[in-house]
Design a protein around this ligand. Structure first.
Ligand SMILES: Cc1cc2nc3c(=O)[nH]c(=O)nc-3n(C[C@H](O)[C@H](O)[C@H](O)COP(=O)(O)OP(=O)(O)OC[C@H]3O[C@@H](n4cnc5c(N)ncnc54)[C@H](O)[C@@H]3O)c2cc1C
Length: 290
């Protein structure tokens, strides 16, 4: 297993920002993953997994860590009866495709979540009233200290939260699905995708939701819209004119531009509504939201 140096995170994140990584490993098997973790330990480096990079913002100066991307066997998907078994690096799109081909439903909610199985567990990603905790049977978590299968309760899943910490890699995921006709799945997905297109930017470079929805009736998007932030721009980053809880790379954005927009959004939400917004996006490489 080889290690690459200096690869820009801008190439691995959906927002398209982020500086070079200290080291990048692309393990294809559990053995290679363990080798990568030993390498990081030997070099004294933190281990950061990047899936599709669809909910991360990485420092422009880069990240002093071993970045791991799961490929090969660790991104494969198969079905066993009504269980879908996915490598941690398998994309949600491939999982959904395989589930539909096998006549298994229950994963349609993930159709517009552009991430991987492992990223879904870490974020307890969700949409349309369902999240990973509804379909997850167990996840194989590997770290420098060893590996083991963890059930949802042990992963401490709640709204866009898990108890997973730096250095823990979700290498495999098992989902429990239910028999459903492929045409029914197709129709449901088409409906959910259409609903998404009406309300959120779908063809822009973003990292998904910037902030978690605060308690109460007003979601983060509606709140920031009332703060007059739609279309607000700093440098190359702008608050989406379509949905105020998204930041778009409008051309040449840096991560610092995105952070500056987040600071402004939090300030206005605090001053105008007395709400302290909590970020959903994961920061890599020492970025901070003061
Ligand atoms: C257009 C758009 C729409 C989105 N819509 C939604 C939505 O509706 N609902 C929702 O919940 N999210 C949404 N997101 C956010 C994002 O897609 C999800 O959080 C997704 O689950 C992240 O998966 P990922 O593989 O891209 O993880 P990344 O963004 O690469 O990483 C996110 C976090 O997970 C960790 N991680 C990734 N893989 C692993 C692994 N194998 N093992 C351990 N840790 C890992 C990373 O270290 C990081 O801490 C959206 C994003 C975009 C760009």
């Amino acid at each position: 297993m080889s290690v690459e140096r200096g690869v820009p995170l801008a190439r691995m994140t959906t927002i398209g920002t982020g500086g070079p990584v200290r080291a990048l490993a692309r393990p294809r098997t559990l053995g290679e993953l363990e080798e990568a973790l030993r390498f990081a330990q030997g070099e004294g480096l933190d281990v950061v997994v990047v899936g599709l990079g669809s909910n991360v913002l990485a420092a422009d100066g880069g990240v002093e860590a071993l970045v791991v991307r799961l490929e090969g066997e660790l991104a494969e998907v198969e079905t066993r009866d009504s269980t879908l078994v996915a490598g941690g690096g398998a994309t949600n799109a491939v999982c959904l495709h395989r589930a539909r081909a096998a006549g298994l439903g229950g994963f349609e909610f993930a159709c517009a979540i552009p991430g991987t199985a492992g990223g879904g567990v870490r974020m307890n990603a969700g949409a349309y009233g369902r999240d990973w905790s509804d379909v997850l049977v167990r996840a194989l978590v590997v770290s420098a200290d060893g590996s083991g299968w963890l059930a949802p309760g042990e992963l401490d899943l709640s709204y866009r939260h898990s108890g997973l910490v730096l250095g823990q890699v979700v290498a495999r995921v098992e989902y429990r699905l239910e028999p459903r006709a492929p045409e029914e799945i197709k129709a449901l997905v088409a409906d959910l995708v259409a609903r998404r297109k009406d309300t959120q930017p779908t063809n822009k470079r973003t990292f998904g939701s910037v902030f978690k929805n605060p308690p109460g009736d007003l979601g983060a998007g509606a709140l920031l819209e009332r703060c007059g932030l739609k279309g607000h721009r700093i440098g190359g980053a702008q608050i989406s004119p379509k949905h105020a809880n998204f930041i778009e790379n409008a051309g040449g954005a840096t991560s610092e531009d995105c952070v500056a927009l987040m600071v402004e959004a939090r300030r206005r939400a605090r001053e105008q509504f007395g709400v302290e917004l909590e970020r959903e996006v994961v920061f890599l490489g020492g970025l901070e939201l003061p």
